[in-house]
Design a protein around this ligand. Sequence first.
Ligand code: PMP
Ligand code: GLN
Length: 383
Amino acid sequence: MSINIDSKLPNLGTTIFTVIGELANRHQAINLGQGFPDFSAPQGLLDRVDYHIQQGHNQYAPMAGVAALREAIADKIGQSYGRAVSADREVTVTPGATEALYCAITACVRPGDEVIVFDPAYDSYEPAIELSGGRAVHLPLLPPAFGIDWQRVKDAINPRTRMIILNSPHNPTGATLSAGDLDSLAELVRDTDILLLSDEVYEHLVYDGETHQSLLRHDELAARAFVVFSFGKTYHVTGWKTGYCIAPAALTAELRKVHQYVTFVAVTPIQLALADYLRDCPEHYRQLPAFYQHKRDLFCEHMTGSRFKFTPTRGTFFQLMDYSDISDRDDMAMAEWLTGEKGVAAIPVSVFYKEPPPGRYVRFCFAKEDQTLIKAAELLCRI
Ligand code: PMP
Ligand code: GLN
């Protein structure tokens, strides 16, 4: 008997991060592909996880997250973005930012709804939109600046527009939204029921003295936004898959309706450890911009002798490199060649576009030990 599975996501393959990760392992390439650090989390944080496990904090946490962590998050949001949020009604801890994104989208998007996404778009947004019966409307961010063309957004908005998804600092381009961008957005959504989903997982990775323009800084925008963060990026623990969502109480209530049946809760001892560390060691996130700016500068400095062209990234731990002086290959073939033949794994950029614009870019992750970055740059400079 053969069953007709009739896939709900017929066009979706394996994520590029898995594809390139496997290739990197097979060829023992230096993996600057998938975004994850090759260095450890702070010892003090690791010790707190041990402590809480040994204390027996190993059962389900409250659905919205451990209270101490939600309170520490609310304090941090107040200090970082000047917004008072209710730990009980506006903060939800989730197993990774990915779960928060999924829950926000599925809680709000109905069949026939349109959701505006900016390409290159992080790859988890569209499947959630499609599973909800919605349609992603792709607007391109164009090189070299990869900024948002607000006139195009205005033209794309119509009565079916339910949500706009933003991501700043932006993966994979490193572009950041300015205060002026937030005002332009506010003007477009004023007097509509359009919701905003703001992916701000790289909030602390902004360079050259720039300030992260969180939607939480903007009263009008924050009133209609789900704003999503990830401890994975901030504490070098991507494998802990712990993040959170800040949203006004009415939106949080909708998000939690989905969250409680998708995963119900995030991991208890990890939440308790993060609560301790967030409260006791705010220096950790305050020094992150300098920590990563050093890595960006080191990588870029060692790449100046290469045939890649680039502008140092403004945010995230990703650096785009233009390889048009090196090869005519498309970027997938280039990423495979770099990984398989040249010993350094990279991520192609066109896979995050519906219709890629002209240009030849690959993305390198510089969340690596200095020695790893120097070695990778040496190999890339030989090309
Ligand atoms: N959004 C963006 C833009 C990301 O780069 C990532 C990193 N994987 C995520 C969301 C997901 O974060 P998490 O691992 O906490 O689910
Ligand atoms: N956010 C990570 C990146 O962009 C990947 C996460 C994943 O593998 N899904 O590299």
